[in-house]
Design a protein around this ligand. Structure first.
Ligand code: NAP
Length: 246
């Protein structure tokens, strides 16, 4: 297998942690991006090195376009080029539309949609030169099906699916693929915060009869960034135990 230079954003916790560890285990070089969780990020880099991969740390705030651009520059320097970009970092600031604060709308759109756009724009030049590249955007199944109380998050995640298709059409002829993952209910810090009643309701609708694990998502991303996935482009793959089967 060819070893790639991969930037995983938000790799310090949750899904990003599992994605970075899985790709590192396959022998790739991972830029472990983090915002605040430096100790966790360092631990992940150590685990990646122990499993046979290589790792560099990239710190940076993705809550603005400028911050995202700076992360792209830092990752590019640390890796010596970005061949694979996994836009994983994301936040929620839930609330009913009538009560949603302007700053909560902006924060979620900026971090979950605008930052991935800036990172893609920064990374794609190198991918074009190399005539090879892989972009995976971590969206959400609620970006496909909707959910009350998450208008900002759903708009951002649905926007990310649209961005995925746009990039796939613009650069699909240049050896670059861009796909999205739509995780369902995955056990993580983010989902820990959800009310019990909502968790029970979700579980009832999941044919798999369980919540997902970060590793379930990581396995699909490992495939999407591989050479074997060269003909998969512009797709959104739900990793949700059948929650959104349609
Ligand atoms: P998480 O455990 O809360 O971790 C979020 C990660 O994003 C952390 O590594 C965090 O870094 C980073 N991050 C957040 N805001 C940042 C910022 N402004 N600047 C830099 N880094 C920032 O989240 P998760 O549950 O693993 O979710 C990961 C992705 O999957 C998100 O895009 C989420 O929307 C999506 N998703 C999750 C689920 C689920 O069930 N968990 C379902 C569908 C989709 P630091 O801690 O270092 O600051």
């Amino acid at each position: 297998m060819i070893q790639r230079k991969i930037l995983v954003t938000g790799a310090s916790r949750g899904l990003g942690r599992a994605i970075a560890l899985e790709l590192g285990k396959l022998g790739h070089t991972i830029a472990v991006h983090y915002g605040r969780s430096s100790a966790e990020a360092e631990e992940i880099a150590t685990l990646i090195r122990a499993s046979g991969g290589q790792a560099v740390l990239v710190q940076g705030d993705l809550s603005s376009l400028e911050g995202a651009k700076a992360v792209a520059v830092a990752a590019n320097e640390a890796l010596g080029g970005i061949e694979v970009l996994v836009n994983n970092a994301g936040i929620t600031k839930d609330g009913l539309v009538m009560r949603m604060k302007d700053e909560d709308w902006d924060a979620v759109i900026d971090t979950n949609l605008s930052a991935p756009f800036a990172l893609i724009r920064a990374a794609i030049r190198g991918m074009l030169n190399a005539k090879w590249g892989r972009i995976v955007n971590v969206s959400s199944v609620v970006g496909l099906m909707g959910n009350p109380g998450q208008a900002n998050y759903i708009a951002a995640k649905a926007g990310l699916i649209g961005l995925t298709k746009a990039i796939a059409k613009e650069y699909g002829g240049k050896g670059i693929t861009c796909n999205a993952i739509a995780p369902g209910f995955i056990e993580s810090d983010m989902t820990e915060k959800l009310p019990e009643a909502l968790k029970t309701k979700y579980l009832e609708g999941i044919p798999a009869g369980r919540f997902g694990k970060p590793e379930d998502v990581a396995a699909v991303i490992a495939f999407l960034v591989s050479d074997g996935a060269a003909y998969v482009n512009g797709q959104t793959i739900a990793v949700d135990g059948g929650l959104y089967a349609h």
